[in-house]
Write a protein that binds this ligand. Structure first.
Ligand code: SAH
Ligand code: SF4
Ligand code: F3S
Length: 495
């Protein structure tokens, strides 16, 4: 047998209990297996489904890259999987329902093949993991949001024959220190800079599912991004957190300072961040929007409601005037900045007048797009303890009204794009009316679809220039003008 080689994931804190994974070769078959202590892990397949926000998608990538060290490769076919994982979201009832229905579907898979392991991670697992494991007998384990870096230990324990278990402990270590891992070879990377949320918006489950805020050190993030750019061809980063504007508070650092440093990295072309809380947008950050060369011209700034009384009940810590003051400052610092937002329709006891105030705000703010949701009551939150006079029908009607109102505003804004030329990084293609069309996002987050010069032209991850030829509220069509190639050249416009 060849000498075993240690494999270290280099992905952050690992639980010391798991004996080190070692790759060994079977001398007869030449097949590579992983040994953990005395247990062998032959080549297996993992199927993983993700619900929820970008944070969850990012966590899924992390889980999958850990599992590579246990000899798992990803499959898109649930039927052929040895390990089935869900990364769950608890933000609204609908997200929960979708997960429960998919979890139910896996019952018969387990019946057919009892060797299949099934695990549930993420935000539902954090708050309801123990109940899940008790209730769903075909479940092998559940893991909360703060233990994803120990996934290999959990999978090992399950294969070692442990009874179904649920882990939802918080990571008590002082620092939040990780290394970003990308597995798909794309020039776009998400970089988690802060975890948790210290706000207590009265409707929101996130503080319960993600815990207290903890930031990575600026030095570590800058080195991480430098490494991604130098060695993995990354050109665009999105800094991630539930409230990135709180970044660095625990270490005397700031998002503005971090962006200013990242702006200096050669080869990095575009910096985005999400999500922002309006209360924590500092003057320094507004200034950075005006000055940083690589910072996106788009900002997602969730407002939730256009009514001061609703904002108060939501415990959002700002007023409509404060919010609109920020919008004004941002537009002064960066006159063509593009804004988007989140809105909750029909919050607890919302009056018709309060609802109308949100429509007024849409008029004033002129968002490029919005995400809007009907309020959904979540266990544990403050708002869930209040009597609520609103019905789901009213919430639904208000949501539709908000969406229709915004669509008109959006259509007007989007029509003005016709005739303008943008530089976009092509990130995929689809078929429209039988024709292959490529698509990419502009610096300011608008998706543009366009035809290649000839159908077999592969433009994936190329920087191109497109002129917008037609635009509706929800889609933009363009004409390819120039192909720059896989790196953005100096002379390309950043717009
Ligand atoms: N951290 C982000 C939001 C994360 S949740 C922020 O503060 O902006 C994403 C969005 O889901 C929120 O902005 C809000 O609009 C919506 N949301 C959160 N809880 C909700 C609930 N209980 N019902 C309906 N929508 C909700
Ligand atoms: Fe939820 Fe508010 Fe935190 Fe956003 S800032 S994650 S809405 S508690
Ligand atoms: Fe959902 Fe958790 Fe994200 S509740 S929105 S997956 S932080």
């Amino acid at each position: 047998m060849t000498t075993p080689t240690n494999s270290s994931s280099g992905l952050g804190n690992r639980n010391a209990e798991l004996p080190q994974e070692q790759w060994v070769e079977n001398p007869e078959t030449g097949a590579k297996v992983v040994k953990v202590g005395d247990m062998e892990f032959p080549k297996r397949k993992v199927w993983m489904h993700t619900f929820g926000c970008q944070m969850n998608y990012h966590d899924t990538e992390r889980v999958l890259s850990h599992l590579e060290n246990l000899n798992f490769e990803q499959t898109k076919d649930q039927q052929e999987a040895d390990l089935i994982l869900f990364n769950t979201c608890a933000i609204r009832d609908l997200s929960n329902q979708k997960f429960y229905s998919k979890l139910g579907d896996t019952k018969h898979i387990k019946k057919k093949n009892p060797d299949v392991k099934i695990g549930v991670g993420g935000c539902v697992a954090q708050t309801e993991g123990k109940e899940l494991v008790k209730k769903y007998k075909h479940l092998d384990f559940s893991f909360g949001t703060d233990v994803i870096d120990t996934i290999n230990e959990l999978v090992y324990r399950s294969y070692a024959g442990e009874d179904p278990f649920a882990i939802n402990t918080w990571d008590r270590s002082q620092n939040f220190s990780i290394e970003t891992k990308i597995t798909n070879g794309s020039p776009q990377a998400f970089v988690n800079i802060i975890k948790g949320c210290n706000k207590c918006c009265s409707y929101c489950i996130v503080p319960f599912t993600r815990g207290k805020e903890k930031s990575r050190l600026q030095k570590e993030v800058v080195e991480d991004v430098r490494r991604l750019v130098e060695y993995q061809g990354v050109q665009e980063v999105t800094l991630l957190g539930q409230n990135v504007n709180s970044y660095g508070k625990d270490n005397g650092e700031s998002l503005a300072g971090l962006i200013t440093e990242l702006d200096q990295i050669n080869g990095l072309e575009l910096i985005r961040y999400t999500t922002s809380h309006p209360y924590d947008v500092t003057d320094e950050l507004v200034q950075v929007h005006g000055e940083a060369k690589k910072l996106s011209r788009h900002l997602h700034l969730p407002v939730q409601s256009g009514s001061n009384t609703v904002l108060q009940r939501m415990l959002r810590e700002y007023t409509v005037d404060h919010y609109m003051g920020l919008v004004e400052k941002l537009r002064k610092a960066k006159p063509d900045i593009v804004l988007s937002t989140d809105i909750i329709a029909g919050f607890v006891n919302e009056t018709e007048e309060e609802h109308q105030a949100t429509l007024d705000l849409l008029d004033r703010a002129q968002y490029d797009f919005i995400y809007s949701y009907a309020y959904s009551q979540r266990n544990k939150t403050r708002a869930s303890r209040w009597e609520d006079s609103l019905t789901d029908d009213i919430r639904g009607a208000r949501l539709r009204e908000i969406q229709a109102y915004q669509a008109k505003i959006q259509e007007k804004i989007r029509k003005e794009l016709v005739g303008q030329t943008f530089t976009v990084l092509v990130d995929g293609h689809g078929f429209m009316g039988g024709e292959k069309k490529w698509k990419g996002r502009t610096n300011c987050m608008r998706i543009v679809h366009f035809l290649p010069e000839h159908q077999e032209h592969d433009l994936q991850w190329h920087w191109v220039e497109v002129e917008v030829t037609a635009a509706t509220a929800f889609s933009c069509q363009g004409k390819l003008k120039k192909v720059w190639g896989r790196r953005m050249p100096e002379q390309a416009s950043r717009y």
